[in-house]
Write a protein that binds this ligand. Sequence first.
Ligand code: HEM
Length: 370
Amino acid sequence: MFHGTVMDYSETPESLRPTDSYAAVSYSAVNTALRDSQVFSSKFYDSTIGIFMGPTILAMDGTMHRAHRNLVATAFKPQSLRRWEPEIVRPICDALIDEFAVRGSADLIREFTFEFPTRVIARLLGLPERDLPFFRKAAVAIINYANKVPRALQASEELKEYFLGHIEQRRSDPADDIIGDLATAEIDGEKLTDRAIYSFLRLLLPAGLETTYRSSGNLLYLLLTHPDQFDRIQQRHDLIPQAVEEGLRYETPLTMVQRAVTEDTELDGVAIPGGAVLDLCLGSANRDEARWERPEEFDIFRTHTPHISFTAGAHTCLGLHLARMETRVAMECLLNRLTGFTLLPEGDPHIFGQPFRSPNTLRVTFDVIA
Ligand code: HEM
């Protein structure tokens, strides 16, 4: 049942009603709630994913959030991004393409989109490539905590031990990577505790790989199933950034975030009691007909209107510039070298999942550009 633009379960039978659970589905309701972190608090995450990640900026509010976020944000400064593109992201994407180009066919999810964000984040953190399988598995276990709590707790412990070793190493032998930056960072003259650092790293790993692999897989699927638009991009690579944005809007990789309602309030005309949980439906907000014409169409040529896939307000995704750059570079690398992509029906490629969405296979054939 929807009440205006906020979901309201008051007419749902008692037995089927979630306790004090509401859902904001319009762009304006989602945007308003995201920008008021006093009434719509991120503390909610302390009792969900925070159990496995530890205390992180994701679950902090107010001045504490600002202080911690400013500190870790320095690791994503624009001059770092400019350096990472040619030194890290482009070589990683090209090396992956080298592995399948000669074959004339590939599964772009398994061999490309699943691989590059993990390798990029590993390089940014200064972690050895041989550890990739370990921390990818651990990161995925943490994200899937709702299905397997014991496995997520075990993964959380394993990552703690693993990162403690790296933090110790950076303290005795400083390194120019994100863990090195965090090991020497200070708030009000105080160094970050080991717990604050390994908790942030336990957030960064899944945040950095899970969403970016999904958004780039979604974009490739959308282009492969809209060949006219794909042809235009192949002719004009400068259209890639607007295709990335439309892909993020049309197929939002993380469709929902949540907030705890701290006091009785009203959102878009719906009364919400303090203590309720509010689902902020980013995917639905991104297809709001009040904001976009033909919202149910994928159209890379539409007039640009910012989407809300990286949220808004204090918790706006810290990695958004990195994610955009990675996806653009991945597309450029593919299109610089390969052409004539055809999507094969094998494996029934389609976008699915909640709250994380993406295809799990994209088998294609292509020609190599001479
Ligand atoms: C397309 C890719 C990405 C999407 C769609 C995405 C989406 C999001 C969303 C929706 C949030 C807000 C969660 C909330 O408010 O409850 C968030 C926060 C965050 N993201 Fe991303 N993200 C992406 C890539 C990245 C990357 C590459 C990194 C870093 C390597 C990253 C790091 C973070 C961090 C640290 C936060 C917490 C910010 C805070 O609480 O202040 N994300 N992201």
